[in-house]
Structures are given as C-alpha cells and as structure tokens.
Design a protein around this ligand. Structure first.
Ligand code: COA
Length: 364
C-alpha cells in the first residue's frame, strides 16, 4: 500500500508529473516552451512550427495539413462538435490504443488529429454562421499558414490582421503545464486510451468558464463596463456581490502573466475596439483586487487580452473555448506523448468522509 499524503483540495501544489515541455517562471513572469522563450516566437514562426517545437522538440517540424475528411453532423456548437468529432475520428481512423502502438505511431495519430481538430472548429464556426456548404479545397489551399487556412476554411477569406491575431493567440496559449485539460488528456493517455479519446476528453475539460471558457465572459463584461461608463464603480459593485472579475487571477502565476503582456500589445497593434475599456478596467480591477486580497497576487491572466484579441479578429465570445482548444492541440499532443513515454497510470486516493456503516432497516 503506498503512503498517503495530506489532502490538497484541487491538488494545488501537488507534483503529479515531471515534464520537459513547458516551464513557467512564476515570479519573473516569463514562459518557455522546451526552454525557448515564447515572446520572440510570436511573429517569427507560425503556430504549426510551435506545435513541432512542443511535440517533437524541433522548430523545423510542423503540424501537418488536415487530410480530406467529412465531419458527421456539425451543430454549430464548436466545443461540442469538436469533442464529439474527435472521439468519432478514433473509430473512423481505427486508432490504436496508446499502450499497444509505438511512439512513432502515436506521434502520427496526434498530428493527424490536431490538424483535423482545427478543421472541425473552422467547419463548425461556418455552420454557426449559417453556411452549410464547405469552402472549396482550392480556396483553403491558398493559405500559407495554419491560421490563414483556418480562416479560409471558415469564412472563405482571410484578413491578414485576423490571421496575425489568431496566430499570436494560438502561440501564446499553445501549452501551459498541468492545467485541467492537459491533466485530463494525460489521465486518459495513462489508461492506454487512444489519442482521439485523450484529446476529446481534454476538449470537455476545457469548456468550463474557470478554464477555457473565460474569454466568453470577458467581452460581455467589457460591454457592460462600457455601458456604465464607470469602471471603478462596476468593479466595486462586482466585488461587493462576490462576483469574480473574469480574466484576473491564476493558480500558478504570482506575477503578470507574460502571455497577457504579448496579447495586450497585439490588441493595441490591431486597434481592437475594446482595448480602451479593457485597459481602463484592468487598471481599477488590479488595484481593487490588491486591496481586497493583499495576501495574494491577483494579476491579469491570459484570458483577458485573449478575449480582446479574438474580438479583433471578429471571433464571437461563444467560439472562444473552441479557439482555445485549437491552440492547445500542441500542448495536449506533447503531453500525451510524454505520458506514453514516461508516465504511470493515475490513481489518486479519496478520503472517505461520509456516514459510518448503516443497516438497511435504519434507512427505511
Ligand atoms: N475576481 C475576484 N476575486 C477573485 C478572482 C477574480 N478574478 N480570482 C480569485 N479571487 C478571489 C476569490 O474570490 C477568493 O477569495 P476568498 O478567499 O475571499 O473567497 C480568493 O481570491 C482565492 O480564490 P481561489 O478560487 O481560491 O483562487 P484560485 O487560485 O483557485 O483560482 C482562478 C484561480 C483562475 C480560478 C480564479 O482566479 C478565477 O476564478 N478567475 C476568474 C476566471 C478566469 O479568469 N479564469 C481563467 C483562468 S486562466
């Protein structure tokens, strides 16, 4: 019987894996993928090569283009479509169980799935826009990068400013250690489940507002703040009624999130329409959160300016979790492969705190 350690709600501070993929510098506010600082990558290499860096530890390697595939029945709800279709692909492509296939086969499966997942999100977004006819392959093939092809597959056109916004967002949010969705992917991989099962489970974990869903709340919040015209009063009232201000606070970072800095600069460069109110709200929110919680740093997190950047690319808040899933295909794939190579089946313990033994008659 293994030794049990103290109960940690949310497993905070519990080291569950050793990883070579991402290193957050909690106090200095920088972020490195396989030792490479993320900031200089933005604008120099496209997302698909960052995928290669994460998965293969090689910036010259890249996520492949998606192969021809017709999704079963898209609803236009992108996270739900993505989760269902990714799981279905495992059956359609007859993917092997991770404990039965080679590392090379798993890498190939992850590449095929990652590329297809982006394509599914683009197709689902197109359905949500009311277009049920797919964009012709020749049109999509005109795109030079994954971000450009994504937009072409979705809208049939790709504004270069929108391409830049998406590529920057995808690179900044491609990987972030053992967050809830990545942990989920590793848990499924640890059971030997196939790559489709691991990735679709991760999509489900990402869909909640405390993880990948936060940008969906940021734009409506900024609109509400803009309508009041008084960010300070809005913040005071929100905190008074114990509301959380979306886009602030982080489990790991105790300094400004470096990704937030890059995304803020991108939002400014793109002239995003909510940038002014976002900056005004950020200023008062940081001050108020610091006064209310002097014991901890509640800084701007990645979701806040992500929302502003995505809005600049005319991406609706509802699509934000699926856009986040597109970025994370790189991080998830790298972790699934690492789990396959080095990991052990996850099986934490639960401490029973329920009633003592009860007889059936006592329940009658
Ligand atoms: N707005 C207002 N108060 C916040 C807050 C926020 N964004 N984030 C944390 N707090 C407060 C909590 O209310 C709590 O106060 P209390 O002790 O008086 O109840 C305290 O700070 C600690 O919160 P806790 O939930 O334990 O912190 P955490 O480290 O577990 O949470 C988050 C991290 C991200 C879940 C949390 O900061 C949050 O909910 N942020 C808003 C959602 C968001 O932006 N998510 C995207 C994450 S990248």
């Amino acid at each position: 019987m293994s030794e049990t350690i103290d109960f940690k709600p949310g497993l905070e501070g519990v080291v569950a894996v050793e990883t070579e993929i991402m290193e957050p510098d909690r106090d200095g506010g920088s972020l490195r993928y396989r030792g490479v600082d993320v900031e200089p990558l933005v604008g120099r290499v496209p997302y698909e090569n960052v995928w290669g860096l994460l998965v293969d530890d090689d910036l010259n390697s890249k996520m492949p283009d998606p192969e021809p595939h017709e999704p079963a029945r898209l609803t236009g709800n992108a996270p739900a479509d993505l989760q269902a279709e990714t799981a279905r692909l495992a059956g359609e492509w007859k993917l092997g169980k991770l404990n039965e296939i080679s590392d090379e086969q798993a890498r190939e499966d992850l590449g095929r799935l990652s590329a297809q997942m982006m394509s599914i999100v683009a197709r689902s977004a197109r359905v949500a826009d009311g277009h049920h006819d797919p964009v012709a392959d020749e049109v999509v093939a005109r795109g030079k990068t994954a971000a450009e092809k994504f937009l072409l597959r979705w809208r049939g056109e790709a504004d270069p400013r929108h391409v830049k916004a998406i590529d920057t967002y995808w690179i900044c949010t491609a990987e972030h250690g053992l967050n809830a969705s990545t942990f989920t992917a590793r848990i499924v991989a640890s059971t030997g489940g196939d790559c489709g099962a691991s990735l679709s489970a991760a999509v489900g974990a990402l869909s909640g507002p405390l993880h990948g869903g936060a940008p969906a709340y940021v734009i409506p919040m900024l609109q509400e703040v803009a309508a009041t015209g008084d960010p300070a009063r809005w913040v005071a009232e929100a905190l008074e009624s114990s509301k959380r201000i979306m886009g602030f606070g982080h489990r790991v970072y105790r300094a400004e999130d470096p990704r937030s800095r890059i995304l803020k600069r991108t939002a400014e460069e793109l002239g995003s329409r909510h940038i002014e109110v976002a900056e005004a709200l950020e200023e008062v929110a940081l001050k108020a959160l610091q006064e209310r919680h002097p014991e901890r740093v509640l800084a701007t997190n990645v979701e806040y300016y992500s929302a502003v950047v995505l809005d600049g690319a005319e991406i609706s808040p509802a699509l934000a979790p699926a856009m986040f899933a597109c970025s994370r295909v790189g991080g998830w794939s790298a972790h699934i492969l690492e789990q396959k190579k080095t990991g052990r089946l996850f099986r934490p313990s639960a401490r029973y705190v329920g009633p003592g033994e009860r007889s059936l008659p006592s329940l009658a």
